[in-house]
Design a protein around this ligand. Sequence first.
Ligand code: NAG
Ligand code: NAG
Ligand code: NAG
Ligand code: NAG
Ligand code: NAG
Ligand code: NAG
Length: 837
Amino acid sequence: MFISAPFHTHMLLIFFTTILWVLAKVEAQGNVSVGDSLSANDKNGAWQSPSGDFAFGFHSISGEKDKFLLAIWYAKIPERTIVWYAKIPERTIVWFADNPAIDRESKVELLPTGRLVLTDPTGKELWRSPGITGDAPVSHAAMLDTGNFVIVSRNSTNIWESFKYPTDTVLPGQELGVDGYLLSTLSETSSGKGKYQLRFSDGSFVLNQLDVFTRKPYEDYAVLGNGSRFVFNKSGHIQISNSNGSLVEVAPVNAVPKPELYYYRATLDFYGVFTLYYYPRNPGGGGGSWSALWFTPRNICRRFVERRTNSGRDTFGTNPCGYNSICEPINANGRPNCTCPPGFSFLDDSNQYAGCKQDYANYPADCNPDGSTIGEDRFEFKSMSFADFPFGDYGVLQPATELECRQSCLLDCSCAVAILQDPTLSEDGSGTCWKKKLPLSNGLFDRDRVDRTALFKVLKSDASRTKPARPNQRDENRNQIILILGVLLGTSAFFNFFSLAAIALIFFCLFRRRLHDLTGVRSRRNLETNVQFFEYKDLEHATNGFKEELGRGAFGTVYKGELPFGYGDRVAVKKLENFAQDSEREFKTEVKVIGQTHHKNLVRLVGYCDEGEHRLLVYEFMENGSLSSFLFGVLRPSWQQRLQIASGIAKGLTYLHEECSKQIIHCDIKPQNILLDESLTAKISDFGLAKLLMNNKTQTQTGIRGTKGYVAPEWFRNTPVSVKVDVYSFGVVLLEIICCRRCVEVEMEEAAILTEWAFQCYSAGMIEKLVENDEEATVDVAKLEMLLKVAIWCVQEEPMLRPSMKTVTMMLEGAVQVPNPPCPFLLETVSMSTTLI
Ligand SMILES: *[C@@H]1O[C@H](CO)[C@@H](O)[C@H](O)[C@H]1NC(C)=O
Ligand SMILES: *[C@@H]1O[C@H](CO)[C@@H](O)[C@H](O)[C@H]1NC(C)=O
Ligand SMILES: *[C@@H]1O[C@H](CO)[C@@H](O)[C@H](O)[C@H]1NC(C)=O
Ligand SMILES: *[C@@H]1O[C@H](CO)[C@@H](O)[C@H](O)[C@H]1NC(C)=O
Ligand SMILES: *[C@@H]1O[C@H](CO)[C@@H](O)[C@H](O)[C@H]1NC(C)=O
Ligand SMILES: *[C@@H]1O[C@H](CO)[C@@H](O)[C@H](O)[C@H]1NC(C)=O
């Protein structure tokens, strides 16, 4: 029916889609009228500025399911760049009070009084825009191309504008007065209240740290300039106006900003650096990224030390790296790189700013009553040049040689690190040794500190076995020994023999128990597969009682979890359902197969649990959720990102089909089963599970595996199922990636079934129809055509005609030519696939 559709049907189709498109555009980009509202979900869109550069609405929070920010962001660029968000006032006095995150289905509405009001799903008011001029008859609200969201009164004054209530970012055209300030966010991903501030104080604009509890400012660590008006002018210059009104440049930029070519923003980053960023408005093939044009202070790691040294006061705060870590700024943008010194590791592997913990910490249990170290020969020093922890030493030796410094720290139980000043580099030729205990603060790596070497006291690697495992257990043992010794000394020689035997027995038992503990932990790692075995209660604990659901699929429900320390990783725990009870052996076999597949484009299996009726799989956690929410969400991902994702999926499938030790047919390739990590690398999930759930082990199937719309037609015929079913599903997903729409959209009438519509457009030579209003894709016609041809090859109804995934990968990489595909439909099945929906 579609293939032979007369030409006027095409025209009608195009006409309707154009109308729909125009209507959608107007609604999204025009003025916001009284009574207009948005809801926090993935579909409800946002209010865009006329050029589409900025959007106002609900932005989902990465890594937090069902949480949104009421925010303004750059709508055309793929990086999450929020320039403003509504600061929800403190709701309670508990720890999450400062979290501006709001729940799904919260709603924001423009009221007749000229206020924007944000309510939670129960209708409770969370936030309302304050009035600059009080309540006034409102005309409309609008997202402007400058990034300012304004509510305009009938006499054209602004009742409210987001520019007057900045968060951590200022945009060209925005100003700060004496009561304006910027507050950094808590971290890269969290918009909670951070600890750095840019504000007007005592005649100048300054940067300062805040006390975490009272939120009162410390002394400033940097002065931007004197004057009472901070201006980020429309051409991208940051200036401060002084008393006679003349503007003084703050950021001496060598390159003149070009607002017509670049976006600019100035942000007080969560690590205390104020940065002027730029981003190409039309990034070429390689995609864009935010780069720093200018930033201050140049060295945030050294800044607090300099201020203290120059002023003699200790009232400025500490550098942005946590306790026990070493801070070094990255040249390009001044962002601190926090690392752990030898013998230390991150408290939280996913957050380098949270500080480090000592790998072996047993103080004061390792101290003699006189403060000397027990068993000092168990320790050694690891040295690190140019590293220092200025201030906060508890002892200093001067003059001191390196040997004296090492010996002194080694024997002193409290000493964790000694900083040695090289005698040959000091003024009077004598060295100095500063001794420090934990926690260490203001650590920095600074090549200007040429005369400094940090000596870290660490446990020798072969000594870790002999260390007392648990201090209290050891005390217990010690008490037992003392008791026995007491008995021993108070009895005759005859009993001494028995006592000695008893001591030997006790030692044997204790030792055996420890040995048992050790091997007990060991055996949990299944050496054959390198996949961890977990007990059900551990997983229950890790997921907080299976509380936070990440998703639900054919095989079961997935929950978010966090493994206890030792692993310290976030994970996704999948609870398998519909599981045949008698297939325990097969479960182990499949886990083994899955555990052996390691590929950049496959989600890694971390562990499993099979206890009683419980079957669970533990996977690495994927920051950016599924391709489905990415592709069909509010914002269209960039063309370049989509190309990369398509090629990633193809590579992962090639591996499953041809490169891993045992061929795996996925059987359920669809966007919900493709996950994206923090760098948007596509990873296939749920592979290897299809086999587990099949009742019938032969290749011909009666029960269809897979999802409507993505399943290959041979499932409906009595023909064998092969790897080509995955190729078919990949073809459908590839079309979805190209068009950013689902494979079946009933409302789209003529275009409802994507595979048919795609071939129709292709054969009519109108492939741009598939990517209407997607400028990037329209411009890249050659690539678009190539992708489309690959997809049509993949969705051939005749499995033999479909290329292998390896060929598909090569086609996508441009390594081989893509011939023109034939019509993918066998005539009799067209009507059949139509009746499927
Ligand atoms: C928004 O409304 C104002 C006042 O009614 C009008 O002047 C302006 O042109 C409108 N803008 C758009 C984009 O419709
Ligand atoms: C109209 O504009 C003037 C400033 O020009 C302002 O003082 C007044 O409050 C506005 N009236 C209303 C009703 O918004
Ligand atoms: C600001 O004024 C102070 C004196 O009040 C002066 O010492 C300082 O250099 C000035 N800073 C700048 C950036 O002009
Ligand atoms: C911004 O400041 C620069 C430097 O003072 C000046 O050349 C430019 O004209 C200013 N732009 C605007 C829009 O005021
Ligand atoms: C503004 O005042 C400064 C000193 O405060 C002076 O150096 C400068 O020349 C003055 N500029 C103008 C335009 O008067
Ligand atoms: C951070 O420092 C470590 C250790 O010096 C180094 O290996 C790493 O490349 C640095 N990271 C960046 C982004 O510079």
